[in-house]
Design a protein around this ligand. Structure first.
Ligand code: ATR
Length: 281
């Protein structure tokens, strides 16, 4: 009989974590690959981060995912980081190796991969990103790595967009106020809501006039995985839309491959994520 892979504990570090879809699709992947572990919810309030670090270094773990609000903490805390994590300024995946911690950012990969399936023409496209927080930064890094032609970061607080542009230091990035982006919307192929609005309420991050200002072929992308007001309005204006579920699964699939050194069963993970989301209504 083939021996089972020897993989230690793996789970999701964050606060809160109970709402996460990661256990559903990561467990589906471990089960179908015959890896006998349980993907754990590692609820970690800020005061318990040092203890969590000790556990990760202690030898029983193969790795972890990291979610809000600890991606910056682990960016600083790991022993080594990938070049992509460096650029994104955040770590969402940890690989444990003999007491040392390696930090990666698979959100960047997940975002790019979600668009690759759509055969998105990065090198001729202008993308408008609403928001300039951690999520927006990951998206901008993914777009730059995918050879996007031009990126406009539109944020409510201009100084935050300025900081993002200055940190990433790439001539393809420009910034503007959130509603100023309406004026150049007709040139955009991609309009991304990377603000935190959609997670909690049905406000719009921008004047809805943007939906009639963009070209009909524009893809409206919301990083959340619910049907937000942003996506509904985009759909009503005849735009293509995409939510963040595929990005979530692709980031998780990449993490799975880093922990297990085997290909992730991506379709099984996608199906499990859709089922888990739908079962929550
Ligand atoms: P995340 O890690 O999800 O990116 P974050 O770093 O707190 O979270 O960033 C939240 C983003 O959503 C910011 O760009 C924020 O804009 P400000 O920099 O002006 O705060 C944006 N955001 C949150 N609430 C918003 C609102 N009501 N209207 C417009 N933008 C909003």
């Amino acid at each position: 009989m083939a021996s089972l892979p020897n993989i230690g504990r793996i789970g999701l570090i964050g606060d809160p974590v109970a709402h996460s879809l990661s256990p559903a699709f990561q467990q589906a992947a471990f089960d179908v690959c015959g890896i006998p572990i349980r993907y754990e919810l590692l609820h970690t309030p800020s005061g318990e981060l040092d203890e969590r670090m000790r556990q990760l270094r202690g030898g029983g773990f193969s790795g972890a995912n990291v979610t809000v609000p600890h991606k910056e903490f682990f960016f600083d805390a790991v022993d080594e980081r990938s070049a992509v994590a460096e650029r994104a300024g955040a770590v969402n995946t940890i690989i444990c190796d003999s007491g040392r911690l390696y930090g990666e950012n698979t959100d960047v990969f997940g975002f790019a991969e979600s668009l690759r399936a759509k055969d998105f023409p990065f090198d001729t496209s202008l993308a408008i990103i609403l928001g300039a927080g951690g999520a927006a930064r990951g998206v901008v890094v993914a777009l730059l790595e995918s050879d996007i032609k031009r990126v406009i970061v539109a944020n409510r607080t201009p100084s935050r967009a300025e900081r993002l542009a200055s940190d990433l230091d790439d001539p393809r990035i420009s910034i503007c106020g959130i509603n100023e982006s309406v004026a150049i919307a007709s040139e955009a192929c991609l309009l991304i809501n990377a603000t935190s609005i959609g997670w909690n309420d049905d406000q719009l991050p921008i004047d809805p006039i943007i939906f009639s200002s963009v070209d009909a072929s524009t893809l409206a992308y919301d990083l959340t995985y619910r049907k937000t007001n942003f996506l509904q309005q985009a759909e009503q204006h005849g735009l293509q839309t995409m939510d963040g579920l595929a990005m979530l699964v692709h980031q998780g699939a990449r993490s799975f491959e880093l922990w297990t050194a085997q290909p992730a069963p991506v379709q099984i993970m996608l199906d499990a994520a859709v089922t888990a989301r739908d079962s929550r209504g």
